[in-house]
Design a protein around this ligand. Structure first.
Ligand code: CA
Ligand code: CA
Ligand code: CA
Ligand code: CA
Length: 314
């Protein structure tokens, strides 16, 4: 099922690229620079093991796609020198995925600032220069970049790059407290597909970020969670470690529960379920449920659950 969905997505991407093939924008001498599109570029590693057994590709992937919160994708072939370059509409957030032979191989993990979990989502603000992420490194089931997009964006045009700006969109809500009620990592402000109807009241304890992100019913074709990937949660409060256990933080598929070793961050606001020696089953849907965890000071966090599909483990 996963592969069929992936192929369908890829076909959609191919159709999109074909339909957009003639639109290269107008930046010739004398034309104003088109700030509604911005170049996103970088260099993939060479001679990585292909996701397709028996093939010997010279680049880590043969195509790249950027997908926004409603699933609209822009894709591009990776060039012979393993570089990539695409033009993305600005003022939007994207998850970025690499493909080999039409199969999604790995998702990017971006660092969008301090105090936040690595994110599959990057923002593309208007800007004069391309977003050039430099050399891409692929390890542990995700792709990381030499230069973060958040260092190259200034979403509110205050001359402080998003990476260092505590409130990227200058809406008065600091980045670490921006809400994302469907836990897909597109914050509510950027999420046109979000089912959320109202923000939780300020100061209400809540789950702010999770890894792997929620993609139940969101983006079936673009999921590839490594079998040993830890499950991380960032809360709006320091949690009481005594309230974290196998019944209040459950991770399970229809094949049974994963036994977690729970770790709490120094701030007390992040809890990680580690399970390296007890891997996820391949191509299975897992659901995590938070039910009964308390903030220090005893506020009970609301019950939330989210789910993801695991990779084929190849
Ligand atoms: Ca800024
Ligand atoms: Ca920021
Ligand atoms: Ca904000
Ligand atoms: Ca969201």
């Amino acid at each position: 099922m996963k592969r069929i969905c992936t192929i369908l997505l890829t076909l959609a991407l191919v159709a999109l690229v074909s339909s957009c093939g003639g639109n290269t924008g107008g930046s010739e001498t004398g034309n104003p620079i088109d700030t509604s599109l911005r170049t996103f570029m970088g260099d993939l590693p060479q001679n990585q093991t292909s996701a397709i057994k028996g093939t010997n590709l010279s680049c880590a992937a043969d195509a790249i796609a950027a997908v926004d919160s409603v699933g609209t994708a822009v894709s591009s072939d990776v060039l012979a020198d393993c570089s990539f370059e695409m033009r993305l509409p600005t003022g939007r957030a994207y998850s970025v995925i690499l493909f080999n032979g039409g199969i999604n191989t790995v998702s990017f993990a971006f660092v969008n600032g301090t105090g936040r979990l690595p994110s599959p989502v990057m923002y593309v603000s208007a800007g004069d220069l391309p977003i050039d992420v430099g050399n891409v490194t692929i390890a542990g089931g995700s792709a990381t970049v030499a230069r973060e997009p958040s260092e190259q964006n200034d979403r509110d045009s205050d001359s402080v790059a998003d990476y260092d700006d505590p409130d990227d969109d200058n809406d008065g809500i600091i980045d670490e407290e921006e809400q994302n009620c469907d836990l897909d990592d597109f914050i509510d402000d950027d999420d046109e597909a979000s089912p959320c109807t109202g923000a939780a009241a300020a100061g209400t304890p809540q789950v702010l970020e999770v890894r792997p992100v929620n993609n139940e019913g969101i983006d079936e074709g673009t999921e590839s969670v490594a079998l040993d990937e830890p499950v991380e949660v960032r809360f709006s409060c320091a949690v009481d470690p005594a309230s974290v256990n196998a019944s209040t933080f459950r991770v399970a598929s229809d094949q049974g529960e994963i036994a977690c070793t729970y770790e709490t961050s120094d701030s007390g606001e992040q809890i990680t379920c580690k399970h390296e020696s007890r891997e996820f089953a391949p191509v299975a849907r897992y659901t995590a449920t938070i039910d009964g965890i308390r903030c220090i000071g005893s506020d009970l966090l609301p019950t939330v659950s989210w789910s993801w599909m695991t990779s084929d483990g190849q």
